[in-house]
Design a protein around this ligand. Structure first.
Ligand code: ADP
Length: 598
């Protein structure tokens, strides 16, 4: 992509949004731009005027007047500049929060399968860093833009002075600026190349940093003595990170030396040229001093403009990673069809599936129908593909071959958000949030909750799943915060309690299809019995899919699908399957019944 396009794309993305949320920011920036562009003219005008006065009449009143004016103006401009910079900093923080919030929302809206897509994860890392410290965020992008304009105003002013008195200065300055530009260009390129290589290392650092400090990993880290491994890995990647940075610095060194050298040549040439003009009597000493000043201001402004432009390109390239992530193509096509209210029929038609990036067929030619309001039990050994089946049904992934139909229509045709509303799943690896219990159940900020309807519903559901007494025993009841990340008084629920809360959350969603993936695995036998006892009531009138190893649960279900090696090997009611000669289900049931008897 061409550089100009990146600048246009990035500024075209961020400027309108910044203008939309904080118009005042631009007024402050304009004020600062004017202050900065006027400042150099103070010394260009006053210093030679003071010297001329000293060398001429030396009138003390005029001298004091000039010096006081210079000092006062510098002071006032300095104060204005400082104040505006401070306001700009504060705006910077607001912008950072705003763009982080938009990024988080985008991450949560991404197609689920991207959470396993290495390219998407790298792009996310680039986006996060690209719009924070690498580009400096909104202020980082705006700084070179407005500095460019300030320098342009200054430059136009001094060009007028130089054209009249010492035009050669313009040529000398142009040559030196051209050299410096080339060098900066190289330096920026080297830095950006290095940045790409560092993205992966930064992601690993992030992971290690998170695991090392997150106390939920603490048990495994301690009991498996994995601390040393973590620290060794940390050291390994620190070394790699250092190596990469040293390489960048080594590549940059010669260009940095050339750039500094060219500045020295510039100064010598300007002094030589202007000195010669003064000695030859072509200008007065005062004018000569003014021109020296104007020349350095000219070169400085021109160089600054080029640097600002290069900064804009460089920062746009970093910030572009953010824009790219926001525009990341969806992994799955989305339809527009509305989902009708009520119960649904699901049909799996010759469905096969491999996980992205894997050749292994986890499901092979599955054909299965789940009728309206049916309670289906899905059983089978670990790795048989049961969870994958429900993940496909929830459209977390799309089938590799075949299709899933809801009410006779391919589920890809439905509006995605509406389709998501059909399911209330409790996955094995469900997650509760470090928020209040009631917020976890209702998925709503507690400030916006209605105590009479919503909180009452949450309490009633807790009662149904046998968790009400436990929650009431906490000092803050349903306002108790889970986990200790943010609250010293937060509680650490047991695995079984967490699972009950997740089940409650699913039931409160009141979706027509409830999916429970080994919902009782972490429950004690009494709690499991409670859930079973209430199961019918809990999912009454809904379609329910129930994945479980404990076959006693199958007796609550209308039908049973036995999965093995990615396919439905047996299908029928408990009564039909339990006595089937040589049947998988019959064998599994007999084996488990033995344990129950003993
Ligand atoms: P079950 O629920 O019957 O225990 P799963 O559906 O979880 O089985 O897994 C079926 C197979 O798919 C397993 O071999 C598992 O390793 C594999 N698998 C599960 N999740 C992923 C994934 N995200 N990427 C690649 N393979 C996966």
């Amino acid at each position: 992509m061409k550089k100009e396009n990146v600048i246009k794309k990035v500024y075209g993305y961020f400027l309108p949004e910044a203008w939309r949320i904080h118009k005042g920011y631009f007024a402050v920036r304009m004020g600062k731009m004017l202050t900065v562009s006027i400042r150099p003219f103070l010394s260009i005008y006053f210093i030679p005027a003071i010297i001329a006065e000293l060398m001429g009449e030396g009138n003390p009143e005029r001298l004091i007047g000039l010096a006081t004016a210079l000092v006062l103006l510098e002071f006032v401009l300095g104060i204005i500049d400082g104040t505006l910079s401070n306001v700009i900093e504060r705006y910077g923080q607001k912008f950072e929060n705003h763009f982080n919030m938009i990024l988080s929302r985008r991450i949560m809206e991404l197609d689920f399968q991207m959470t396993e897509d290495k390219k998407a994860l790298d792009q996310l890392e680039l986006a996060k860093n690209g719009m924070s410290w690498y580009s400096g965020g909104m202020n980082g992008l705006m700084e070179p833009f407005f500095n460019f304009l300030s320098n342009l105003i200054t430059l136009l002013g001094v060009v007028v002075l130089l054209v009249v008195n010492a035009p050669m200065v313009l040529v000398i300055a142009a040559v030196i600026v051209a050299i410096a530009t080339l060098m900066n260009d190289r330096l920026n390129r080297i830095e950006q190349e290095g940045y790409r290589n560092l993205a992966k290392i930064n992601r690993i650092f992030g992971y290690l940093g998170w695991s090392l400090v997150d106390f939920r990993y603490g048990k495994d880290i301690r009991l498996y003595e994995s601390k040393d491994m973590m620290v060794e890995k940390w050291q390994h990647f620190t070394d790699e990170w250092n190596r990469e940075n040293i390489q960048i610095a080594n590549k940059q060194l010669p260009y940095q030396l050339l750039r500094e050298g060219s500045q020295i040549v510039h100064d010598v040439a300007i002094y030589f040229y202007l000195g010669a003009l003064a000695i030859l009597g072509k200008m007065t000493i005062a004018i000569c001093i003014r021109m020296v000043n104007a020349a350095s201001t000219f070169t400085g402004s021109l160089k600054n403009m080029v640097i600002c432009y290069q900064e804009m390109v460089k920062k746009s390239n970093y910030a572009n990673e953010y824009v790219k992530f926001m525009d990341y193509p969806p992994a799955m096509p989305k339809g527009k069809l509305p989902v009708k209210e009520g119960k649904h029929v699901f049909e799996f038609k010759d469905l096969s599936f491999s996980y992205p990036g894997s050749e292994v067929k986890v499901l092979q030619h599955v054909n299965l129908t789940i009728r309206e309001g049916e309670h289906l039990s899905v059983v089978g050994l670990n790795g048989a593909g049961k969870t994958t089946l429900v993940k496909l049904m929830c459209r977390l992934y799309d089938p590799t071959e075949g299709e899933i139909r809801m009410d006779g229509i391919n589920i890809k045709e439905y509006d995605y958000q509406e389709y998501m509303k059909v399911f209330a799943p409790v996955f094995q690896d469900f997650k509760l949030f470090a928020f209040r219990i009631k917020e976890n159940l209702l998925l709503k900020d507690s400030e916006d909750m209605n105590p009479e309807t919503e909180e009452a519903l949450a309490r009633e559901t807790l009662r149904k799943i046998g968790m009400a007494e436990k929650v009431d025993s906490f000092k803050n009841g349903m306002d108790t915060v889970l986990f200790k990340q943010f609250d010293q008084e937060g509680i650490e629920p047991s695995g079984g309690e967490q699972q009950k809360l997740a089940i409650a959350r699913a039931l409160i969603k009141d979706a027509p299809v409830v999916i429970l993936d080994e919902p009782t695995a972490a429950l004690d036998p009494i709690a499991e019995y409670e859930i079973y006892k209430h199961f019918e009531e809990l999912v009454k009138g809904k379609t329910a899919i129930y994945i479980s190893h404990r076959l006693s649960s199958c007796q609550f279900c209308d039908r049973i699908a036995v999965f093995s090696e990615g396919n439905v090997k047996e299908y029928g009611t408990h009564g039909e399957l339990v006595n089937k000669p040589d049947g998988i289900y019959a064998k599994m049931f007999a084996a488990q019944a033995q344990y129950y008897v003993s």
